[in-house]
Design a protein around this ligand. Structure first.
Ligand code: NDP
Length: 445
């Protein structure tokens, strides 16, 4: 469509070289521009043109010292993308690949995801090109303290509340929170994903992974099916992958793969509770590589590859962006895959998504399927403000309800004129409307 092309040319020329950001915007523009044609009020107010422009971007120097006394310098960022429906909310990513393009795409996706939860949270994202892998705890602490020494002046519990993402887990959140508290002399819910002993919500570590599985259950219901007995392929072995795996096991599915940036393991017999406990220790305590799993349990390890060649009923890409391409999508379908849900953000390329949608595969984008993490972050913010802690059951129940409602929103907005359901369309329009209405109400800001 000409209007989509014209819109994208402008986005590309204003944000040169930011390929991931262009990709995320294009995916949204493809559904929102035709939708806005039917709602001239959005078009006239240039909502989409405004939504792609961050409200504010902060870039800063992060100097720190290694255990050997060497001085290192990294670059820190916070993208405050949209605050129409609530304070900026979104994780921090520490990974060598972090740059402006990655963080703008993530912050942009976050606007729609947060809106879908129906909680009052705007979109933001941040991080640094720092690699926690291979660093000592002390080095990670030095880095986190230096990072927060600048970031603290730009965030607060009422204005911007970061959380974890790739490379930022419980350890990093602890160091970041400690430094914020020290600098501000305030104990507030300025970060989520905190430890349970200092204001964290129960179920927050599990929330993204559990939420993915709750969402998949809703998708499968449309085909009068369920997760029980299904063979599942998961990529990644970090926070999201771990708890996706745990919930799949609990619901009686067989998970046969996990991966990291080195390669993937294929355990044909399925990963059971004992093996799951080993993975938790391997990844969260000894911080080792997934290959050790294959060495310990005598299963296949495929170096340098992703697990999409393994036959399965359901594929859950839970590692990183653009990890599943057109060829992978075709192979998955050929091998019998019926459902793909994104635990990671933007793991499927646009070409792979087209293959899924054109072949009537149940496919859900991350902004819907992985919204459980930020949803429970929102619940952590509420508990911090109330100075209360809800029980595990209470939080889990609310998480299930939120995932159910996100699914309902996707089906409300996702049906195409030919009767097919597109979760891409449903999630984009469902997320957009709430933010757009708030922007309209707030005037030209
Ligand atoms: P973790 O850091 O805990 O784990 C990331 C996993 O992905 C690791 O196994 C890592 O392997 C692998 N990985 C990372 N980068 C690459 C790469 N370039 N190539 C291959 N493998 C890679 O992160 P999370 O589990 O928290 O996040 C995973 C995904 O889920 C991300 O896309 C994130 O944005 C998304 N997400 C996370 C949420 C959360 O609550 N944590 C919420 C919603 C979405 P290795 O250790 O070798 O790098």
């Amino acid at each position: 469509m000409d209007s989509i092309q014209a819109f994208m040319s402008r986005v590309i020329s204003r944000n040169p070289g930011e390929n991931e950001f262009h990709q995320a915007v294009h995916e949204v523009a493809e559904t929102i521009i035709p939708f806005a044609e039917t709602r001239p009020v959005y078009k006239k107010a240039k909502i989409l043109e405004r939504i792609v422009e961050p409200e504010r971007v902060i870039i800063f120097r992060v100097p720190w010292m290694t255990d050997q006394g060497e001085i290192e310098v990294n670059r820190g960022y916070r993208v405050q993308m949209n605050s129409a429906i609530g304070p900026y909310k979104g994780g921090l990513r520490f990974h060598p690949s972090v740059n402006m393009s990655t963080l703008k795409f993530l912050a942009f996706e976050q606007i729609f995801k947060n809106s879908l939860t129906q909680l009052p949270m705007g979109g933001g994202k941040g991080g640094a090109d720092f690699d926690p892998k291979g660093k000592s705890d002390r080095e990670v602490m030095m880095f986190c303290q230096s990072f927060m020494t600048e970031l603290f002046r730009h965030i607060s519990s009422d204005n911007d509340i970061p959380a974890g993402d790739i490379g930022v887990g419980a350890r990093e959140i602890g160091y970041l929170f400690g430094q914020y508290k020290r600098l501000k002399n305030e104990f507030t819910g300025v970060l989520t994903g905190k430890g349970a002993s200092y204001g964290g919500s129960l179920i927050r570590p599990e929330a993204t992974g559990y939420g993915v599985v709750y969402f998949v259950e809703q998708m499968l219901k449309l085909r009068k099916s369920s997760i029980k007995g299904k063979t599942i392929v998961i990529s990644g072995s970090g926070n999201v992958a771990q708890y996706t795996l745990e919930k799949c096991l609990e619901l009686g599915a067989k998970v046969v793969t996990l991966s990291d940036s080195g390669g993937y393991i294929y355990d044909e017999k399925g990963i059971d509770a004992e093996k799951f406990a080993y993975i938790m220790h391997l990844k969260n305590e000894s911080r080792g590589r997934i290959k050790s799993y294959a060495d310990k349990f005598g299963c296949t390890y495929v170096e340098g590859k992703r697990p999409w060649e393994v036959p399965c009923d359901i594929a859950l890409p839970n590692a990183t962006q653009n990890e599943l391409n057109e060829e992978d999508a075709k192979l998955l379908i050929k091998n019998g895959c019926m459902c793909v849900a994104e635990g990671a953000n933007m793991p499927c390329t646009p070409e792979a998504i087209a293959v899924f949608e054109n072949n009537d595969i149940l496919y859900s984008p991350g902004k819907a399927a992985n919204a459980g993490g930020v949803a429970v972050s929102g619940l952590e913010m509420s508990q911090n403000s109330l100075r209360l802690s809800w029980s595990r059951e209470e939080v889990d129940h609310k998480l299930q309800e939120i995932m159910f409602n996100i699914h309902a929103t996707c089906t409300k907005y996702g049906y195409k004129p030919d009767g097919r359901l597109s979760y891409v369309q449903g999630a984009n329009i469902g997320g957009f409307v709430r933010v757009a209405d708030a922007m309209l109400a707030q005037g030209i800001v």
